[in-house]
Ligand binder design. Structure first.
Ligand code: CP
Length: 307
Protein backbone atom coordinates (compact mmCIF):
# COMPACT_ATOMS: atom_id res chain seq x y z
CA UNK A 1 0.00 0.00 0.00
CA UNK A 2 1.01 3.66 -0.46
CA UNK A 3 1.20 6.20 2.34
CA UNK A 4 -1.24 8.99 1.49
CA UNK A 5 -1.28 11.19 4.58
CA UNK A 6 0.33 14.62 4.70
CA UNK A 7 0.67 14.46 8.52
CA UNK A 8 1.04 11.98 11.37
CA UNK A 9 -1.21 13.30 14.10
CA UNK A 10 -2.60 10.33 16.01
CA UNK A 11 -2.69 6.54 16.11
CA UNK A 12 -6.47 6.50 16.40
CA UNK A 13 -6.93 7.56 12.75
CA UNK A 14 -4.42 5.06 11.31
CA UNK A 15 -5.48 1.76 9.74
CA UNK A 16 -3.78 -1.54 10.55
CA UNK A 17 -2.26 -1.45 7.07
CA UNK A 18 -0.75 2.00 7.63
CA UNK A 19 0.73 0.89 10.96
CA UNK A 20 2.20 -2.23 9.37
CA UNK A 21 3.65 -0.12 6.56
CA UNK A 22 5.48 2.02 9.14
CA UNK A 23 6.78 -1.09 10.94
CA UNK A 24 7.95 -2.79 7.75
CA UNK A 25 9.62 0.39 6.50
CA UNK A 26 11.35 0.82 9.88
CA UNK A 27 12.60 -2.76 9.60
CA UNK A 28 14.41 -1.86 6.41
CA UNK A 29 15.92 1.31 7.95
CA UNK A 30 17.15 -0.30 11.18
CA UNK A 31 20.20 -1.70 9.44
CA UNK A 32 21.39 1.80 8.42
CA UNK A 33 22.19 2.60 12.06
CA UNK A 34 24.49 -0.44 12.26
CA UNK A 35 26.69 0.70 9.38
CA UNK A 36 30.07 2.41 9.75
CA UNK A 37 28.71 5.30 7.71
CA UNK A 38 25.21 5.74 9.10
CA UNK A 39 23.72 7.72 6.26
CA UNK A 40 21.63 7.21 3.14
CA UNK A 41 20.79 9.98 0.63
CA UNK A 42 17.02 9.37 0.69
CA UNK A 43 15.92 12.80 1.98
CA UNK A 44 18.78 14.94 0.68
CA UNK A 45 17.60 18.53 0.23
CA UNK A 46 14.70 18.16 2.68
CA UNK A 47 14.43 20.33 5.79
CA UNK A 48 12.97 19.16 9.07
CA UNK A 49 12.21 21.45 12.00
CA UNK A 50 11.62 20.09 15.49
CA UNK A 51 9.56 22.56 17.54
CA UNK A 52 9.38 21.49 21.18
CA UNK A 53 7.30 23.36 23.75
CA UNK A 54 7.97 20.65 26.37
CA UNK A 55 11.24 18.97 27.43
CA UNK A 56 12.44 15.85 25.62
CA UNK A 57 15.53 13.68 25.42
CA UNK A 58 14.52 10.62 23.39
CA UNK A 59 11.93 11.95 20.93
CA UNK A 60 13.70 15.13 19.89
CA UNK A 61 17.12 13.51 19.62
CA UNK A 62 15.87 10.50 17.71
CA UNK A 63 13.95 12.66 15.23
CA UNK A 64 17.14 14.65 14.63
CA UNK A 65 19.26 11.52 14.25
CA UNK A 66 16.63 9.90 12.01
CA UNK A 67 16.53 12.96 9.75
CA UNK A 68 20.33 13.18 9.59
CA UNK A 69 20.67 9.48 8.77
CA UNK A 70 18.37 10.16 5.81
CA UNK A 71 20.56 13.16 4.81
CA UNK A 72 17.89 15.77 5.60
CA UNK A 73 18.81 19.12 7.18
CA UNK A 74 17.50 19.61 10.71
CA UNK A 75 16.78 22.64 12.84
CA UNK A 76 15.81 22.24 16.49
CA UNK A 77 13.76 24.91 18.21
CA UNK A 78 12.87 24.86 21.86
CA UNK A 79 10.15 27.21 23.00
CA UNK A 80 12.25 28.54 25.89
CA UNK A 81 14.89 29.94 23.53
CA UNK A 82 12.48 31.10 20.81
CA UNK A 83 10.36 34.23 20.41
CA UNK A 84 7.52 32.37 22.13
CA UNK A 85 8.93 33.81 25.38
CA UNK A 86 8.34 37.29 23.90
CA UNK A 87 4.67 36.50 23.43
CA UNK A 88 4.52 35.11 19.89
CA UNK A 89 1.59 32.75 19.38
CA UNK A 90 1.82 29.13 18.24
CA UNK A 91 0.12 30.07 14.97
CA UNK A 92 2.49 32.96 14.23
CA UNK A 93 5.50 30.87 15.22
CA UNK A 94 4.43 28.09 12.86
CA UNK A 95 3.59 30.44 9.96
CA UNK A 96 6.95 32.22 10.32
CA UNK A 97 8.80 28.91 10.32
CA UNK A 98 6.86 27.75 7.27
CA UNK A 99 7.94 30.89 5.42
CA UNK A 100 11.43 29.39 5.45
CA UNK A 101 10.14 26.40 3.43
CA UNK A 102 10.67 23.41 5.72
CA UNK A 103 9.24 20.08 4.57
CA UNK A 104 8.27 18.72 7.99
CA UNK A 105 7.53 20.34 11.36
CA UNK A 106 7.71 17.97 14.33
CA UNK A 107 5.85 19.49 17.26
CA UNK A 108 5.54 18.66 20.95
CA UNK A 109 3.13 20.83 22.93
CA UNK A 110 1.34 20.71 26.28
CA UNK A 111 -1.94 21.57 24.53
CA UNK A 112 -3.86 18.56 23.24
CA UNK A 113 -4.66 19.22 19.58
CA UNK A 114 -1.81 21.67 18.91
CA UNK A 115 -0.41 19.51 16.04
CA UNK A 116 -3.92 19.26 14.56
CA UNK A 117 -4.18 23.06 14.51
CA UNK A 118 -0.84 23.34 12.70
CA UNK A 119 -1.83 20.66 10.20
CA UNK A 120 -4.78 22.80 9.12
CA UNK A 121 -2.76 25.99 8.55
CA UNK A 122 0.53 24.63 7.19
CA UNK A 123 1.49 23.10 3.87
CA UNK A 124 4.46 21.36 5.52
CA UNK A 125 3.89 17.90 6.94
CA UNK A 126 3.21 17.95 10.68
CA UNK A 127 4.24 15.17 13.06
CA UNK A 128 2.81 14.96 16.55
CA UNK A 129 5.67 14.31 18.99
CA UNK A 130 3.28 14.40 21.95
CA UNK A 131 0.32 16.73 22.59
CA UNK A 132 -0.76 17.13 26.21
CA UNK A 133 -2.45 14.02 27.55
CA UNK A 134 -3.83 13.22 24.10
CA UNK A 135 -1.45 11.13 21.96
CA UNK A 136 2.20 10.29 21.32
CA UNK A 137 1.85 8.33 18.07
CA UNK A 138 5.53 7.77 17.27
CA UNK A 139 6.05 6.30 20.77
CA UNK A 140 3.27 3.76 20.21
CA UNK A 141 4.71 2.84 16.81
CA UNK A 142 8.19 2.25 18.22
CA UNK A 143 6.65 0.29 21.09
CA UNK A 144 4.74 -1.93 18.64
CA UNK A 145 7.90 -2.35 16.55
CA UNK A 146 9.78 -3.47 19.69
CA UNK A 147 7.00 -5.88 20.67
CA UNK A 148 7.07 -7.43 17.18
CA UNK A 149 10.86 -7.71 17.33
CA UNK A 150 10.88 -9.38 20.76
CA UNK A 151 7.69 -11.48 20.66
CA UNK A 152 7.58 -12.26 16.94
CA UNK A 153 3.96 -11.08 16.74
CA UNK A 154 1.72 -8.13 17.61
CA UNK A 155 -1.59 -9.94 18.01
CA UNK A 156 -3.27 -11.90 20.80
CA UNK A 157 -0.86 -10.73 23.49
CA UNK A 158 -1.74 -9.67 27.02
CA UNK A 159 -0.30 -6.20 27.54
CA UNK A 160 -0.48 -4.63 31.01
CA UNK A 161 -0.02 -0.86 31.25
CA UNK A 162 0.74 0.27 34.81
CA UNK A 163 0.64 3.76 36.23
CA UNK A 164 -0.75 7.21 35.56
CA UNK A 165 -3.08 6.19 32.72
CA UNK A 166 -5.28 9.29 33.04
CA UNK A 167 -2.53 11.76 32.13
CA UNK A 168 -0.49 9.58 29.78
CA UNK A 169 -0.48 10.23 26.03
CA UNK A 170 1.75 7.16 25.71
CA UNK A 171 -0.95 4.99 27.29
CA UNK A 172 -3.66 6.38 25.00
CA UNK A 173 -1.66 5.89 21.80
CA UNK A 174 -0.62 2.40 22.87
CA UNK A 175 -4.19 1.44 23.74
CA UNK A 176 -5.46 2.57 20.32
CA UNK A 177 -2.58 0.78 18.60
CA UNK A 178 -2.71 -2.50 20.55
CA UNK A 179 -6.50 -2.82 20.30
CA UNK A 180 -6.36 -2.47 16.50
CA UNK A 181 -4.41 -5.74 16.49
CA UNK A 182 -6.71 -7.67 18.81
CA UNK A 183 -4.55 -7.62 21.92
CA UNK A 184 -5.85 -7.89 25.47
CA UNK A 185 -4.99 -4.61 27.18
CA UNK A 186 -5.18 -4.33 30.96
CA UNK A 187 -4.65 -0.97 32.65
CA UNK A 188 -3.60 -0.92 36.30
CA UNK A 189 -3.12 2.00 38.69
CA UNK A 190 -4.70 3.81 41.59
CA UNK A 191 -8.40 4.58 40.93
CA UNK A 192 -7.60 8.31 40.78
CA UNK A 193 -5.30 7.67 37.81
CA UNK A 194 -7.71 5.50 35.82
CA UNK A 195 -9.90 7.53 33.41
CA UNK A 196 -13.59 6.56 33.26
CA UNK A 197 -13.72 5.93 29.49
CA UNK A 198 -11.36 2.93 29.33
CA UNK A 199 -14.12 0.34 28.98
CA UNK A 200 -15.31 2.10 25.81
CA UNK A 201 -11.85 1.37 24.34
CA UNK A 202 -12.14 -2.33 25.15
CA UNK A 203 -9.61 -2.11 27.97
CA UNK A 204 -9.92 -4.06 31.24
CA UNK A 205 -9.06 -2.27 34.48
CA UNK A 206 -7.38 -3.90 37.50
CA UNK A 207 -6.55 -1.96 40.64
CA UNK A 208 -4.36 -4.65 42.19
CA UNK A 209 -0.98 -4.95 40.47
CA UNK A 210 -0.48 -8.63 41.33
CA UNK A 211 -3.82 -9.59 39.68
CA UNK A 212 -3.14 -7.47 36.62
CA UNK A 213 0.27 -8.99 35.90
CA UNK A 214 -0.90 -12.61 35.84
CA UNK A 215 0.26 -14.26 32.56
CA UNK A 216 1.26 -10.94 30.99
CA UNK A 217 3.28 -11.06 27.75
CA UNK A 218 4.22 -7.38 27.95
CA UNK A 219 4.37 -5.00 30.91
CA UNK A 220 4.59 -1.25 30.30
CA UNK A 221 5.42 0.93 33.28
CA UNK A 222 4.52 4.60 33.06
CA UNK A 223 5.93 7.68 34.74
CA UNK A 224 3.62 9.79 36.89
CA UNK A 225 2.99 12.89 34.78
CA UNK A 226 4.05 15.51 37.33
CA UNK A 227 3.81 18.26 34.70
CA UNK A 228 0.09 17.42 34.29
CA UNK A 229 -0.62 17.36 38.02
CA UNK A 230 -0.20 13.59 38.38
CA UNK A 231 1.27 13.67 41.90
CA UNK A 232 -1.79 15.43 43.28
CA UNK A 233 -3.80 12.27 42.49
CA UNK A 234 -1.88 10.08 44.97
CA UNK A 235 -1.18 10.37 48.71
CA UNK A 236 2.62 10.13 48.24
CA UNK A 237 5.24 8.78 45.86
CA UNK A 238 6.31 6.31 48.58
CA UNK A 239 2.81 4.86 48.81
CA UNK A 240 2.54 4.74 45.03
CA UNK A 241 5.85 2.86 44.82
CA UNK A 242 4.66 0.38 47.44
CA UNK A 243 1.47 -0.55 45.57
CA UNK A 244 2.25 0.13 41.91
CA UNK A 245 6.05 0.17 41.59
CA UNK A 246 7.28 -2.71 39.43
CA UNK A 247 9.58 -4.95 41.50
CA UNK A 248 11.58 -8.11 40.81
CA UNK A 249 9.06 -10.35 42.62
CA UNK A 250 6.33 -9.23 40.20
CA UNK A 251 8.10 -10.71 37.16
CA UNK A 252 7.32 -14.32 38.13
CA UNK A 253 3.57 -13.55 37.95
CA UNK A 254 3.87 -12.85 34.23
CA UNK A 255 4.73 -15.28 31.43
CA UNK A 256 8.30 -16.68 31.41
CA UNK A 257 9.21 -14.63 28.32
CA UNK A 258 7.61 -11.38 29.49
CA UNK A 259 9.17 -8.12 28.32
CA UNK A 260 9.32 -4.97 30.43
CA UNK A 261 8.84 -1.66 28.64
CA UNK A 262 8.98 1.98 29.71
CA UNK A 263 8.76 5.00 27.38
CA UNK A 264 11.15 7.02 29.55
CA UNK A 265 12.13 9.09 31.34
CA UNK A 266 12.06 6.66 34.27
CA UNK A 267 11.67 7.67 37.88
CA UNK A 268 13.67 4.81 39.39
CA UNK A 269 12.36 3.69 42.74
CA UNK A 270 8.87 5.06 41.98
CA UNK A 271 7.24 3.21 39.04
CA UNK A 272 10.13 0.76 38.53
CA UNK A 273 13.05 -0.55 40.58
CA UNK A 274 16.63 -0.65 39.32
CA UNK A 275 16.53 -4.46 39.32
CA UNK A 276 13.62 -4.51 36.87
CA UNK A 277 14.72 -1.57 34.72
CA UNK A 278 18.21 -3.02 34.28
CA UNK A 279 17.22 -6.70 34.46
CA UNK A 280 17.12 -9.41 31.79
CA UNK A 281 13.45 -8.85 30.85
CA UNK A 282 13.88 -5.13 30.20
CA UNK A 283 13.73 -3.90 26.58
CA UNK A 284 13.74 -0.23 27.55
CA UNK A 285 16.92 0.66 25.67
CA UNK A 286 15.77 -1.40 22.66
CA UNK A 287 12.73 0.89 22.55
CA UNK A 288 15.04 3.89 22.34
CA UNK A 289 17.17 2.27 19.63
CA UNK A 290 14.07 1.36 17.62
CA UNK A 291 12.79 4.92 17.94
CA UNK A 292 15.39 6.04 15.39
CA UNK A 293 14.37 3.43 12.78
CA UNK A 294 10.66 4.10 13.29
CA UNK A 295 11.12 7.87 12.97
CA UNK A 296 13.25 7.37 9.84
CA UNK A 297 10.36 5.36 8.42
CA UNK A 298 7.82 8.05 9.28
CA UNK A 299 9.89 10.86 7.75
CA UNK A 300 10.49 8.73 4.65
CA UNK A 301 6.80 7.88 4.23
CA UNK A 302 5.61 11.46 4.73
CA UNK A 303 8.14 12.95 2.33
CA UNK A 304 8.28 10.02 -0.06
CA UNK A 305 4.68 10.67 -1.07
CA UNK A 306 5.90 13.80 -2.91
CA UNK A 307 8.46 11.92 -4.97
N1 CP B 1 9.33 8.79 25.53
C1 CP B 1 9.52 10.10 25.41
O1 CP B 1 8.71 10.81 24.83
O2 CP B 1 10.69 10.56 25.96
P1 CP B 1 11.16 12.09 25.89
O3 CP B 1 10.20 12.88 26.73
O4 CP B 1 12.56 12.10 26.45
O5 CP B 1 11.11 12.50 24.46
Amino acid sequence: MDWRRKDLLEIRELSREEILLVLDTAESFKEVSKRDIKKVPTLRGKTIITLFFEPSTRTRTSFEIAAKRLSADTINISATTSSVVKGETLKDTALNLESMQPDVIVIRHSLAGAPHILSKILNSSVINAGDGSHEHPTQALLDLFTIREKKGKIENLKVVIVGDIAHSRVARSNIFCLKKFGNEVVCCGPPSMIPPYLDTLGVRVEYKLESALKDADVIMALRIQKERGGVSFIPSLKEYATFYGLKKEHISLAKDDVIIMHPGPMNRGVEITDEVADGPYSVILDQVENGVAVRMAILYLLLGREQ
